[in-house]
Design a protein around this ligand. Sequence first.
Ligand SMILES: Nc1ncnc2c1ncn2[C@@H]1O[C@H](COP(=O)(O)OP(=O)(O)O)[C@@H](O)[C@H]1O
Length: 325
Amino acid sequence: MEAVEPPPPLFAFGVIADIQYADAEDGYDFSGCRRRYYRQSLQLLRDAVEAWAAERPPLAFVLQLGDSIDGLNARRGEAEGALAQVLAALERLQVPVHHAWGNHEFYNFSRDRLAHTGLNSRPDGAMAGPTAGDCQAYHFSPALRFRVVVLDAYDLSILGREPDSPRYRESLQLLREKNPNDNLNSPAGLKEPQFVEFNGGFSQAQLDWFNEILKFSDENQEKVVVMGHLPIHPDASDRVSLAWNYEDALSVIHSHQSVVCFLAGHQHDGGYCLDSHGIHHLTLEGVIETPPESNAFGTVYVYEDKMVLKGRGRISERVMHFWRQ
Ligand SMILES: Nc1ncnc2c1ncn2[C@@H]1O[C@H](COP(=O)(O)OP(=O)(O)O)[C@@H](O)[C@H]1O
């Protein structure tokens, strides 16, 4: 008897986080415990692209979860060159790459500048998020009854905002209320330790827009994957790495049926939980803290009833069933 082939996925996409490339010697994270392979991270990205390019059927798109180049580049005057190298590596794939913006993008570029780089993957027109130009949120539909929402986790933030803008002032006021430390990057002694300068949050306008998208997705029985640089579930992250108002994003998601998965980066050790509403929260291990002989990227195969993550290197294999609807 002939072996029965398993059905092919509806579509597949690549995932990668925290490349943080810089043409610099290895260093360490703030705690001094975790090595950062700044120069090698570009090679790991190229290896990921090579593996993705060999996939059959071909990938439909790639999600780059933010911190594509390291803040070190800004101090060395190398931001544009480093970004060009990362984008050139990704362009070899010839599929759309959707980029979240993380803290390291804002250490290197203003929002205005970012909007004019290859990291601006937001399409013009109807699919764009609230108040175009001000918030980098958008959505797209890669297949019938599937949608991807890209959230902007630094919409409320003092990173990337002009110091004389109302959004900067509002963000600084909130940050100071929650974080009395002289060094606003320090979570020392905080009840809500995610309130540090290197994080950010979601404005009410973005949350309202997100709510409307999910209403539409519910009505049309879509399954929705949400991505953003910052994790929004404490069980898929350390408490310092969460978005400032992660609870607000969670309550929007929980008031709808359509979201099946939330993808994030930022926390380089990675994390995962299935929350009380059946949503998979997957925080991807960061390329920057991955030794050169390993890697940290994955391919997600989407089926009617589940997504299967084929992780490479530090990222493990995972089957994520759709528990909702
Ligand atoms: N616990 C901490 N106390 C004070 N500053 C910190 C702390 N953790 C990180 N920082 C500072 O915050 C900034 C962002 O940290 P970094 O580790 O580069 O972020 P990421 O994890 O996104 O790479 C850096 O300037 C770093 O020195």
